[in-house]
Design a protein around this ligand. Structure first.
Ligand SMILES: NC(=O)c1ccc[n+]([C@@H]2O[C@H](COP(=O)([O-])OP(=O)(O)OC[C@H]3O[C@@H](n4cnc5c(N)ncnc54)[C@H](OP(=O)(O)O)[C@@H]3O)[C@@H](O)[C@H]2O)c1
Length: 224
């Protein structure tokens, strides 16, 4: 399946390129800050899917290029603004788009586990997230995703989200439920970037041939 990666030379782009063949994806092009996706798609015939793991600054151009070329998109970019999310929703009326701030299976399972806090009283909820020193956005996209899941599943958000940056930590999230007498901890640790890269490649296989729409990783896991 002919695939273009936006952010190909980045940490995640390189990881996706390494695992792509396991999913039958052939990387036929890559885009960075010096090259536009529209040009790349125009010069590369037959591209079937675009995977974007670049930065929010590219989101607008990526959406426009995918719509113009009629190519499905998998995006794992975090730190995207509300207006980018609105543009994404609009673009998904024309092409299928799967967006997830975290492409790992473990975080999807963690999100479901938060359901167990529904209706539980007397516990304060808070979150911590740890990432490598190069991570730009804070709180992380995953922390915001988990906070939305908390809200959806329990009607409550984390009172605080604490972000720590340092070293080479790929990604760790902890949600604490704290009462006067006990503390519950829900946690997820990504041990490598391949877990996200494999999730993105799986999503790329899945999205090709779907009708236009804005999909999440949960859709993939439920409808696979
Ligand atoms: N969803 C998930 O599961 C997940 C997991 C991990 C990371 N992420 C997210 O993935 C993204 C990339 O992370 P990373 O660690 O790989 O970052 P990175 O190493 O800094 O790589 C960023 C890439 O984006 C490219 N880029 C920057 N500006 C661009 C522009 N205007 N147009 C096109 N490409 C542009 C860079 O191009 P150059 O090579 O030309 O500099 C580079 O290749 C971040 O948003 C991160 O939060 C998501």
């Amino acid at each position: 399946m002919k695939t273009v990666i936006v952010g190909r030379a980045g940490r995640m782009g390189k990881e996706i390129e390494t695992v792509a063949s396991e999913f039958g994806l052939s990387i036929v092009g890559g885009v960075g800050r010096e090259t536009g996706l529209a040009k790349c798609l125009a010069e590369t015939p037959g591209v079937e899917v675009v995977i974007d793991f670049s930065l929010p600054v590219a989101t607008d151009d990526v959406l426009k290029a995918c719509v113009q070329a009629g190519v499905p998109l998998v995006s794992g970019v975090t730190g995207v603004s509300e207006s980018d999310r609105t543009l994404m929703k609009k673009a998904s009326e024309k092409v299928p788009i799967l967006y997830s701030a975290n492409m790992s299976l473990g975080v999807q399972i963690l999100a479901k586990a938060l359901e167990s806090l529904k209706g539980v009283e007397g516990f304060d909820l808070s979150m911590e997230e740890f990432h490598h020193r190069h991570k730009r956005d804070r709180p992380s996209g995953t922390a915001l995703l988990l906070d939305d899941e908390l809200q959806k599943r329990t009607g409550r958000r984390a009172a605080e989200i604490v972000s720590l940056r340092g070293g080479g930590i790929v990604g760790e999230h902890r949600i604490y439920a704290m009462s006067e007498s006990e503390v519950l901890t829900f946690s997820h640790q990504a041990l490598n970037r391949a877990v996200f890269a494999r999730g993105a490649c799986r999503a790329a296989r899945w999205i090709v041939g779907r009708p236009p729409g804005l999909y999440s990783l949960a859709d993939l896991l439920e409808k696979a």
